[in-house]
Each structure stands twice: as structure tokens, then as C-alpha cells.
Design a protein around this ligand. Structure first.
Ligand code: RUB
Length: 306
């Protein structure tokens, strides 16, 4: 039997599974499969197995609080249960996983409903990288009969902008593909910038694909509204207690294969966009100010602070 944790981790590291939401969904499913296959003789052994799986998945990509919040919640259910029978505990993992996935789906739907209203007819929207949440919102707007164009940035070095561009063409949306550094060139023609999020800090800053903060600054300078489209559970509670969100650094070969020896290459996967450049976070609770994030989290998902 193949190891679901190792298989999923490999696919996440290689970006075959990308985007915070898809990463979290894949990690949840891997843990659910592991629980279904477990041969742990006792609750203690089962918990040890789950904890090891969690650590391996967390290490697959450092900047993924949605995955971390989900797996903590699911494994906590087992820790807190009075149940001793491993089979029944495995069922508990399955139930908690399915519930989390259903809630995530519901949030995604609400975000699309709310965000689609922000799309004006005949507008031009710029997006960076590939966010399944942004794509879902645009799909909803299109289905509602809104007419709009999309500009996709290439998103060096892994070129996730190509995924967005293909999604948009499939929707029948007029799509323009540009290199990242052309963002300012086109910004005056843009009505709205929509980007996803990997993490939201307690101060309301947003971490997303490298280059997002540059797009935000450019949008600010051009007075173009810049919105983050994100499930609230991308909030990282550890930032509340002083931790910085870790920024993953990826392989140098992604930037320049066969680069001269002794050349220093850096390849951070994400950057931080300050809340001052964000008009609003479009989330399942509505369009909120990034300043209100901890208040909203306490109201809606108080368990993340436990
Ligand atoms: C993807 C990225 C996406 C967010 C949000 O980076 O930065 O904007 O993850 O995506 P990578 P979603 O390709 O390195 O994973 O809305 O799908 O969660």
C-alpha cells in the first residue's frame, strides 16, 4: 500500500498540487486515508502516527496556515475524545475531515457570492499567480452574466499565471497575459485587483505569492482598488503570539537552471503585503477591513486561538 502522506507531500513540494486551498484539501485527504489504513494497536500509537504525518505535511510548505489549522482541528478531535478504540477514532478523523472540507466548500461559495457583486460590468481585473478562490469568484461573476476582462501576470518563476490564464479562457473571458514587471504599464487600465492569500497575520497583513506586494504598491500608486480573496482560516494564530509567518524559500533551479557557480540566487515563494495597501479582504463573513481580522476570527473561529 502506498504511503498517502509521502505521496501527497512529494506532490505538494513539486507544486503538482498548488495554492493554499488545494494544499490543505490534499493534506486533509491524506490524513483521512492514513487513518483509514491504520494498524496502530492503541490510541497512543494512532496519535503518534497522526502527529508524525502532521509534521511531515507541515514541512512540505512552510507558509500554509490553512493546512495547519485544518490538521490541528482534526487531530485535536482524536486527542480530546474519550474513545479508546482505534477503528472508531479513525472514523472520527474521517468525520472531522469531511466536515472541514464541507465547511471550506461553503466558505468558498459565500466568498464567490459576495465577491462577484464587486465585479462591475465591462471592468478589467488584474490577478497575480493562481488562486482557486479568485477563479471561483470570477466564474461566479461570469455565470451571473457579468462582462469583464482579466489580465494575468506570468508569476515568475513557476508561472502559475498560466494556470489562471487557461482557466479564464475556458470560461470564455477575454484574457491578457503579461510579464510581472509590466504590471505598472497596464495598471491604469485596471479597475480592480484580486489576489488570493496563503496567510493572514494578526495585524491584517497578507502573505501571498512573491510579487503580490509589488502589485499592491503599484495598484496603490495608480489608485486601483486591491482586494484579497481568502477564507478566514488562512489566518495564522501564531502571529498573534509573536511568531513571524515563515516564508518558504524554494529551489534555486526554479530561477536559473545552470546558473554560474558562486552566483547568489534567492527564491522566496511569498511576500508580505501590508494591510495599508489592501482595500478589503473578501471572505466568508463579507468584505472586511484587514484591521478587523482578529476580531472577526474570535467571533467566527475562536478555536484557532486554543
Ligand atoms: C499560490 C498562491 C495563491 C494562494 C491562494 O502559490 O500564492 O494565491 O495560495 O490560493 P503556490 P487559493 O502556487 O506557490 O502554491 O485561493 O487557491 O487558496
Amino acid at each position: 500500500m502506498s504511503d498517502p502522506i509521502q505521496t501527497t507531500t512529494k506532490r505538494i513540494k513539486r507544486l503538482e498540487i498548488q495554492g493554499a486551498r488545494n494544499v490543505a484539501i490534499a493534506a486533509i485527504k491524506a490524513v483521512e486515508t492514513l487513518a483509514g489504513q491504520t494498524e496502530a494497536p492503541s490510541k497512543k500509537d494512532f496519535l503518534r502516527e497522526l502527529s508524525k504525518a502532521k509534521e511531515i505535511l507541515f514541512a512540505s510548505r512552510a507558509t500554509e496556515p490553512l493546512m495547519r489549522n485544518a490538521l490541528r482541528l482534526i487531530i485535536n478531535r482524536v486527542e480530546r475524545s474519550e474513545e479508546k478504540n482505534v477503528r472508531r477514532l479513525a472514523e472520527l478523523v474521517s468525520q472531522a475531515s469531511e466536515q472541514f472540507l464541507a465547511d471550506l466548500e461553503e466558505s468558498n461559495k459565500k466568498i464567490a457570492d459576495i465577491g462577484a457583486r464587486r465585479i462591475r460590468n465591462d471592468s478589467v481585473i488584474l490577478t497575480h499567480c493562481h488562486s482557486s478562490t479568485v477563479t471561483h469568484l470570477l466564474r461566479r461573476a461570469k455565470r451571473e452574466g457579468k462582462n469583464f476582462e482579466v489580465i494575468c501576470t506570468e508569476t515568475r518563476p513557476a508561472l502559475q499565471g498560466q494556470i489562471t490564464a487557461k482557466d479564464m479562457l475556458e470560461l470564455g473571458v477575454k484574457t491578457t497575459f503579461i510579464v510581472d514587471s509590466a504590471s505598472r504599464f497596464f495598471m491604469n487600465d485596471v479597475d480592480l485587483v484580486l489576489v488570493g492569500a496563503d496567510a493572514i497575520t494578526s495585524e491584517g497583513n497578507v502573505i501571498n505569492k512573491i510579487g503580490t506586494s509589488m502589485v499592491a504598491i503599484v495598484a496603490h500608486e495608480a489608485r486601483t482598488p486591491f482586494y484579497v480573496v481568502s477564507e478566514l482560516l488562512k489566518f495564522d494564530p501564531a502571529t498573534m503570539y509573536g511568531d513571524y509567518e515563515k516564508i518558504e524559500e524554494r529551489s534555486l533551479g526554479e530561477v536559473w537552471k545552470g546558473a554560474p557557480r558562486d552566483l547568489v540566487i534567492r527564491n522566496p515563494a511569498f511576500d508580505v503585503t501590508r494591510r495599508d495597501f489592501i482595500h478589503g479582504i473578501i471572505c466568508e463573513e463579507g468584505i472586511i477591513s484587514p484591521h478587523s481580522i482578529t476580531e472577526v476570527m474570535h467571533r467566527k473561529y475562536d478555536w484557532v486561538f486554543e
